[in-house]
Design a protein around this ligand. Structure first.
Ligand code: NAD
Ligand code: WQD
Length: 339
């Protein structure tokens, strides 16, 4: 049983990935500083899988702690790297926090990969690296455009750091460029736990439907799209979690074709904000209080993935529908609000 380190493994995508890793027979060590997650997530993972992963509470910004961790855990075969700060607006206000938490931490961990010859590394990247696409669907060949936020820049820089490290060491890395992850585990035992007012569409919808927020604002209905609202590729978090297991198995079985690879992880289907709202109303039977508001600055008009590379080379394809994703997000919201 290979031992896999999952940094940020108590977070939203990390916790779902830990479940899939354990279901696939991997032994998991989670490192998390709980800055954006709760220790109770461990209970959810145990309830779903029947297995308690190892957990080490540690801040990856503490270089000495990181080095000590790797001295103690010499049998790690691979790393899935989720730990990062992810709020775009906060990154504009406090860029150094983002460069420290998303870049320094990655460098400390990679130094240990090289030192201890840990060669299999999966990284959480984002479709944000593409900016406003020139054509759709967007493939991995599309240019990376100048980032519009320090957060986005940390993803671009991280990919470059990985590529450079892979070219001079035994490190092999896959960067998964996620589109818009939504939804929760079918059991409603784990899901997304946004702190404060949600910035993302789906948690804002579920919090409005449950009565925590008065009204959803749809940011713009005058975009050049069929219904005027922005288009995104909403990917069920369980499908996304499974992509990590497949990518890891690819590296462990030496199926990668170069030291550094990138894959789009999306459904390949674009949905507008209004389609998401309507689908949520249809599958949950809720009437959502929403109004059309001004555009949100920095939003791209439309982006959805060309998934051919992930389908053909990784052997991964999203299985779940938008309906299933929204229903699971709603079941999770009801569960955490005891309704
Ligand atoms: P999340 O905030 O739920 O999870 C991140 C986890 O990392 C949290 O549990 C947090 O406590 C931990 N963490 C943060 N800084 C740490 C540090 N210095 N030391 C140890 N632990 C630390 O976020 P998520 O949505 O699960 O995202 C996971 C990754 O995927 C991130 O890298 C994010 O940038 C990336 N990503 C997310 C999305 C999205 O929309 N959720 C989209 C694309 C990419
Ligand atoms: C989706 C759509 C909004 C909230 C962000 C990051 C990106 C990635 C995923 C990490 C947009 C609209 C939203 C609301 C709305 N994260 N919306 N009312 O902006 O596509 O991507 O999360 O890498 O980097 O930028 O996701 O969920 O915020 O917005 O109308 O209250 O919903 O305008 O069109 P986004 P989102």
């Amino acid at each position: 049983m290979s031992k896999i380190l999952v940094t940020g493994g108590l977070g939203y995508i990390g916790s779902h990935t830990v479940v899939e890793l354990q279901n696939s027979g991997f032994e998991v060590v989670i490192v998390d500083n709980l800055s954006n997650s709760s220790i109770a997530v461990l209970d959810g993972i145990v309830a779903i899988t029947g297995i308690k992963p190892h957990f080490v509470k540690m801040d990856l910004r503490e270089k000495d702690s990181v080095n000590n961790f790797f001295e103690k855990h010499q049998d790690i075969k691979g790393i899935i790297y989720f730990a990062a700060s992810k709020a775009v607006g906060e990154s504009v206000e406090n860029p150094l926090l983002y460069y420290e938490n998303n870049i320094n931490t990655l460098v400390y961990v990679l130094q240990n990969c090289v030192k201890h010859d840990i060669s299999n590394f999966i990284f959480s990247s984002s479709c944000t690296v593409y900016g406003e696409p020139d054509s759709l669907p967007i493939s991995e060949e599309a240019p990376v455009k100048k980032a519009t936020s320090p957060y986005g820049n940390t993803k671009q820089i991280s990919e470059e750091i990985l590529q450079d490290t892979c070219s001079v060491s035994n490190l092999k890395s896959v960067a998964l460029r996620y589109f818009n992850p939504i939804g929760a585990h079918d059991s409603a035992l784990i899901g997304e736990l946004p702190l404060g007012i949600p910035q993302n569409l789906v948690p804002f919808i579920t919090q409005t439907a449950i009565g925590l927020r008065e009204q959803l604002q749809v940011f713009g209905d005058d975009y050049p799209t069929p219904d005027g609202s922005c288009i995104r590729d909403y990917i069920h978090v369980v499908d996304l979690a499974k992509a990590h297991v497949v990518a890891l198995q690819r590296l462990l079985s030496h199926k990668n074709t170069s030291g550094f690879e990138v894959f789009n992880i999306g459904t390949g289907k674009g949905s507008s904000v209004l389609e998401v709202v309507n689908t949520f109303e249809k599958v949950t039977g809720n009437k959502l209080n929403y109004k059309i508001a001004n555009r949100r600055s920095g939003d791209v008009i439309a982006v959805y993935a060309d998934t051919l590379k992930a389908n053909n080379e990784l052997g991964w394809k999203a299985q779940k529908t938008l309906e299933e994703a929204l229903l699971s997000a709603w079941n999770w919201e009801k569960k955490i609000r005891h309704q």
